[in-house]
Design a protein around this ligand. Sequence first.
Ligand SMILES: [Mg+2]
Length: 375
Amino acid sequence: MEKSLRINKIKLYLIKLRLQRPFETSFGEIWDKHALLVEIINDDNISGWGEIVSGEGPWYSYETFEVSILIFKKYIAPLILKNDKINSRNTFELLSRIRGYNMTKAGIEMAIWDLEAKLNNLSLSKFIGGNKNRIKSGVSIGIKKSVNDLINTIDYRIKEGYGRIKIKIKPGWDINVLKKVRDVFPDIALQVDGNGAYTLRQHLDLLRKIDKFNLLMIEQPLAYNDIFDHSILSRKINTPICLDESIKNISDLKTAIMIGGLEILNIKPGRIGGYSQSLKMIKISKFFQIGCWIGGMLETGIGRGHLIALASLPEINYFNDISASNRYWEEDIIEPEWKLNSDSTINVPNKPGIGVNVILDRIEQKTEKVFVFEK
Ligand SMILES: [Mg+2]
């Protein structure tokens, strides 16, 4: 289907949103978060929305929001506007001339998927073959100042309705913490994320000890760019290894599968260049019986809508890191906000595209800069 979407305008909004509470990772604590929103507008004035999930600093990846703006302005927007045959299936290919910058590419690609689903009068979920009315929603909890603080937070999240808890770990905040968490919550569905903070050489004995905590998985314990050492670790521990940062493209995934470096894959469309790559990875993973779930990057309601559509695919078989709007934001920029059901799920909307209304006034209030590109 080489139908043109007739995109004639692109807007890139840099907004700043206040978090409910500071978000802590092994890299530090943040309170306000910039977000980059992409709006594409076609000849009939219909908009598609996407979000670029690059960070405040080059911690999760080298892509920061400032770098994304530069790449978007100088290379991505002109390429998209110049091409009359652009659609959801060929955008990644067209943008492959630009090496790297997967988050920036994913932001516009997802806006194109949203617009194309709307033009087909389908929800994004249905458009990509989703078959669920509700997706499994889990919550991710950062490193806290004290173990008590962590226990209280877990307790609060369980009472809110979350059925799966993920906690961030780092050297010095791992076995001792897990022991106390399991003392208080022996049966909760629990997994951990190391964000690359461990090494095989220094921490193998320690990592072996996590097997006794009955975890669903350990996510990215070793370096962000490693695949090989993970394959060694996977032979030495029983807890399934999930990769996040290390899998940036299909080639990484094939390598990891072939050398036995992962059993479960965290799919973040931003990390791997968007939806078309996500759909391919999900197919490959299914073929090799690798588990899949959808991870989050502190998205606004717009990015979250894209994640929810992806998580509605039948192959997604674990809890996702997709929480309700109020998990992160004082107020979201969409309505209705994403809400958690009592069975730890979030509803998949039926309305066309991402299926929620974008509150333009609120976006404008929170906008620091807007860039407009026209044909
Ligand atoms: Mg992770």
